[in-house]
Design a protein around this ligand. Structure first.
Ligand code: PHE
Length: 340
């Protein structure tokens, strides 16, 4: 090989590198020239046979070939990787499904509470709240419930070491509200209550109630006011065709006291599995506020009157959504909750 052939080899190398279209092709050219068994090492080995007069010029030309290949390979590789990116962007598949963010839903108990607040809100009731840890006075005594009453029993009530308790009903919020404000009063109080019940399909040691309290001092409030309020609520919550009835009952803090039933929204009152063939579903305890309760909060029972009611939120949720086991409302099973 002479110097002319060597320079031609260099031109060929440069041309083939710039013609290469991917990294693998560039790498193959590098190996062809610079690899252990490549053209350049062979050329160097042959130097000893070159005429001594030409050896220096051949050496310089061989070195130029080597550098041309090294530089050319490096440049071509970086050119190819620069054009890689637009290639990747162009291969984005617009038909792939998007990244899905699961959207949560309200808990059925929260849904009933919100709906009840909306319905009673239209009648002018506002929300009042009280603490879960109550005094025995607010939970029992002020509500005309004497110390020997069965609901004070240790078996029913969670007593704390302080002598306080976990409220067994939302009724103590009646007391808290009346102690703080003069009539008229129109409140509802959604919240948690606690009883030492053994958990089963219809009982839970903690559950929710909504209490309602309506007090006037410039007119006589009657049982008819209570009934129309419950009827309005029943129809808004369960459907237009739903009716209410009162059955006599006893609560220490109302007189007279009633149990309030709704006609079954599933069968319309003819009897089915949901209402256990009776046509009626028990929803609330209620009555006219006992004068002794009014006295205890400093109201004058001669001119003040009103009604109160309390209902179980779980019960309404279970009836409205067809849930047959109260425990489903507390287990946080996504298969259950995501249906709402
Ligand atoms: N607090 C009663 C209960 O838990 C319900 C009730 C509330 C009854 C208000 C009358 C008036 O059973």
């Amino acid at each position: 090989m002479d110097i002319v052939e060597l320079n031609k080899l260099k031109d060929e190398a440069i041309a083939s590198i710039s013609a290469a279209t991917d990294n693998d092709a560039v790498e193959a050219i590098r190996i062809k020239y610079l690899g252990r068994k490549g053209l350049l090492p062979a050329l160097m080995k042959g130097m000893k046979d070159v005429e001594p007069s030409e050896r220096a010029a051949m050496g310089i030309a061989a070195n130029e070939l080597k550098n041309a290949v090294i530089d050319g390979v490096a440049r071509r590789k970086s050119e190819l990787s620069a054009t890689d990116e637009p290639k990747q962007a162009a291969s984005f598949d617009y038909s792939l499904p998007g990244r899905w963010q699961r959207i949560g839903s309200m808990h059925p108990i929260t849904m009933i509470i919100e709906e009840a607040i909306r319905i009673f809100g239209k009648l002018g009731f506002i929300v009042a709240e009280g603490p879960d840890v109550e005094t025995a006075y607010n939970n029992f005594e002020a509500l005309n419930t004497p110390a020997h009453h069965p609901s004070q029993d240790e078996r029913d009530t969670f007593w704390l070491h302080t002598g306080e308790l976990l409220r067994t009903q939302t009724s103590p919020v009646q007391i808290r509200t009346m102690k703080e404000q003069k009539p008229p009063v129109r409140i509802i109080t959604p919240g948690r209550c606690y009883r030492r019940d053994t958990t089963d399909a219809t009982h839970s040691a903690n559950f929710h109630q909504i209490e309602g309290l309506y007090i006037e001092s410039d007119r006589k409030v009657s049982l008819a006011d209570l009934k129309s309020t419950m009827a309005y609520f029943a129809q808004e919550m369960m459907g237009d065709q739903v009716k209410v009835r009162f059955r006599p009952h006893f609560f220490p803090f109302t007189e007279p006291s009633v149990e309030c039933d709704f006609t079954c929204h599933v069968c319309g009152g003819s009897g089915c599995r949901v209402c256990k063939q009776s046509g009626w579903i028990e929803i609330a305890g209620a009555g006219m506020v006992d004068p002794r309760v009014l006295e205890r909060v400093g109201y004058d029972p001669e001119i003040t009157s009103g009604f109160a009611f309390g209902m179980g939120i779980e019960r309404i949720a279970m009836i409205k959504y067809g849930v047959n086991d109260i425990r489903l409302l507390y287990e946080n099973d996504m298969r259950f909750l995501s249906q709402f």
